[in-house]
Design a protein around this ligand. Structure first.
Ligand SMILES: CC(C)(COP(=O)(O)OP(=O)(O)OC[C@H]1O[C@@H](n2cnc3c(N)ncnc32)[C@H](O)[C@@H]1OP(=O)(O)O)[C@@H](O)C(=O)NCCC(=O)NCCS
Length: 184
């Protein structure tokens, strides 16, 4: 089985936040950051798999600390976990204010990427060679994340669709929902 080291695909993408990236409040659009995250995840997964990859899911994206125009944003990406055809890329986003030198960790998130062959089918990727405890922990977290994502999808796509209206209402009792079955 082919195996690659974490370091073989680690990627850092740094970009200046220019005025056209700003929203009406003067902060950087979330969509700009998502696009940069997708780009760095693609590069990292393509390096590990040596081929074409697609984005399948995104976990943990939160915009809790706004990024300013003029900041230098760095996205540090690495492979945390590999399955058969899937890879979980961990991304740490940091914003540097070049005037003050202050670096803020604004977000960490996880992109699941799947390698595809020339026919568009999922294809096996190399195993992951890790040699430190931190990488081992990240791999185990990645496996747990994959299992949680499966459970979440099952809950959302299957269980709610099989419930009666009364069963669904019981799950949202006490919420600020005003449901009138007969009103259109
Ligand atoms: C994701 C996709 C490859 C799954 O294809 P599939 O024929 O169902 O293949 P499989 O069931 O064998 O899954 C392939 C891998 O994807 C993973 N996967 C599938 N759905 C997933 C999900 N919702 N979240 C995370 N991983 C998922 C599987 O766990 C599997 O990983 P493994 O090989 O490491 O075990 C397919 O749905 C696809 O191509 N989607 C479009 C992706 C795309 O175009 N993205 C660009 C954004 S528009």
């Amino acid at each position: 089985m082919s195996v690659k080291k974490v370091q073989d695909s680690e990627t850092i993408l740094t970009e200046l936040m220019i005025p056209s990236y700003a929203n009406f409040g003067g902060k950087v659009h979330g969509g700009i950051l998502l696009s940069l995250m997708d780009k760095v995840a693609y590069v990292t997964a393509a390096k590990h798999s040596s081929g074409y990859v697609v984005t399948v899911s995104v976990e943990g994206v939160e915009f809790l600390s706004p990024i300013e125009v003029g900041d230098l944003v760095s996205l540090k990406a690495r492979i945390n976990y590999v399955g058969k055809s899937s890879m979980i890329v961990g991304i740490r986003v940091e914003a540097l204010n070049p005037k003050t030198g202050i670096i803020r960790h604004t977000n960490s998130c996880y992109f699941t990427m799947v390698a595809k062959d020339e026919h568009g089918n999922p294809t096996e990727v190399p195993g992951l060679h890790v040699s430190d405890e931190e990488s081992l922990r990240r791999f185990a977290e990645g496996k747990a994340l994959k299992n949680l994502a499966k459970q979440k999808n099952q809950l959302l796509k299957e269980e709610f669709h099989q419930m009666s209206i009364d069963e669904i209402l019981a799950t949202v009792a006490g919420e600020r929902l005003y449901f009138n079955h007969h009103e259109k």
